[in-house]
Design a protein around this ligand. Structure first.
Ligand SMILES: [Zn+2]
Length: 441
């Protein structure tokens, strides 16, 4: 509407200019052109303009940082980025002084669940309560986009609707809705029962293919299969023809497929069926050899490492404390083998299943797995944006890109846990998390 208003006001100005010019007997076209130049050349001030001033800016994982840089945001998009002296800030813009702070593109978490007790029945929550839940789990850790890979689609759609209308402050949520499993995994069974959530077990390939169509029709952005389901005393594996049918149907509809795996047999099913993203490493199984990692990368598979998940499981008692160190080291080694094979790592923590909202341990473990801060930044930004088809507008700080940004208190090039020290999270040019006591801007 604002743009239309501006165009109307521009045409009004030209109309009156023309009348005035005619009366003066000058050439109308030439003066109209001058007026247009004056209009666009002098910077128009708009209420929604926001400027981040004097930050250390990492425009992308590969570009060199800009010291003392500024970013100008207009109507949810980045209008300019560069050294402070080169970015002209309109007089009426709201300014966030970023002296001593560090700015990167907004983070993606490509393995979350909108399935916490606090989010599962959003119809019983006020929009502000939803904002608080999303802040605790996601926005206060810098996530401006998340891929929810198992929840209740109707409930997640309601939350997405509230975010889209501005009632609730939250990240962009992509979702798979209900996951596809042949048997409900033992570790979620009681949670689902307690919360009166029913996620059906697949009876046949045909039925599963129909459900893929239905969920995509209802708004799912991807599909999640449980290539393995952990049951008492046994790890089940989804039949290969069923996995193939589900993946083929999802791909025909242009949607990516995630696979939960618990062991390397599950990974074989994922490979055989053409799955796009492995949701975990498999530290309770054999190490990943270079050749094995090469097969994953050759199949264009991405990986969400979810390294801190194993610590969480250990606390629940399903992995003994004595085995934990070995499990953690193996998970980090598997990540390292995948990296050395040139694999595409997407930051992902399984938060919403785990209650480990704080991301700092995950960053430490990714670093122990051999990832540089640039590689970690890529896993948080450019890798997922490219993988999920949004690289023309998300993942970097560049003109025309979504104004999804994080403002950090410290520099991740010195210590990767700086990625978890948030000052602000900004989505579409709006501050959706502010760690300070004052509400600004
Ligand atoms: Zn998960």
């Amino acid at each position: 509407m604002r743009l239309r208003g501006e165009l109307i006001s521009l045409s009004d100005r030209l109309f009156y200019a023309q009348r005035m010019v005619s009366s003066l007997g000058l050439r109308v076209k030439a003066l109209a052109a001058l007026l247009v130049l004056a209009f666009f050349g002098g910077f128009p001030c708009r209420a929604s303009d926001l400027a981040l001033v004097d930050a250390k800016i990492y425009p992308s994982p590969t570009d060199p940082p800009i010291e003392h840089g500024s970013i100008l945001i207009h109507e949810g998009r980045i209008l300019a980025v560069g050294p402070r002296a080169d970015v002209k800030v309109p007089r009426d813009a709201k300014i966030i002084d970023c002296t001593g702070l560090v700015v990167t593109a907004g983070f993606w978490n490509s393995h979350v669940h909108i399935l916490t007790p606090g989010l599962i029945h959003a119809d019983k929550l006020s929009p502000d309560e939803t904002t608080a839940q999303l802040q605790a789990m996601l926005t206060q850790w810098g996530f401006t986009t998340v891929f929810d890979i198992a929840s209740v689609l109707n409930n997640t759609n309601l939350i997405r609707h509230r975010i889209a209308t501005g009632e609730t402050k939250g990240p962009r949520i992509l979702t798979v809705g209900e996951p596809f499993w042949i048997k409900t995994p033992i570790y979620v069974k009681s949670f689902l029962e307690t919360n009166h959530v029913n996620i059906p077990e697949i009876q046949s390939t045909l039925e599963a293919e129909e459900r893929v169509k239905q969920q995509v029709h209802d708004g799912a952005d991807g599909i999640k299969i449980f290539a393995n389901s952990i049951e008492p005393n046994v790890i089940l594996t989804m039949p290969a023809d069923m996995a193939r049918g589900i993946v083929a149907e999802a791909h025909a509809l242009g949607k990516p497929v995630f696979a939960h795996v618990s062991n390397n047999k599950g990974i074989e099913i994922a490979l055989e069926s053409g799955v796009d993203i492995l949701a975990h490493t498999t530290p309770i199984d054999e190490p990943w050899s270079a050749a094995f990692a090469q097969r994953l990368v050759g199949a264009h598979m991405a990986l969400t490492p979810t390294l801190t998940l194993w610590e969480y499981e250990s606390r629940k008692g399903s992995i003994s404390a004595a085995d934990l160190e070995q499990v953690m080291n193996r998970a980090a080694e598997q990540l390292n083998a995948f990296l050395r094979a040139g694999g595409d790592v997407l930051f992902g923590t399984d938060v919403g299943y785990t209650d480990v909202f704080d991301t700092s341990e995950e960053f430490k473990w990714m670093s122990r797995g051999g990832m540089s801060y640039q590689q970690i930044l890529a896993s948080l930004t450019t890798n997922p944006a490219r993988r999920f088809g949004l690289s023309a507008r998300s993942g970097r700080i560049a003109n025309g890109f979504d104004a999804d940004l994080v403002v950090l208190r410290a520099d991740p090039s010195r210590d990767v846990t700086a990625f978890s020290q948030l000052r602000y999270t900004i989505r579409n040019g709006i501050v959706i998390y502010n760690s300070g006591s004052r509400l600004e801007p």
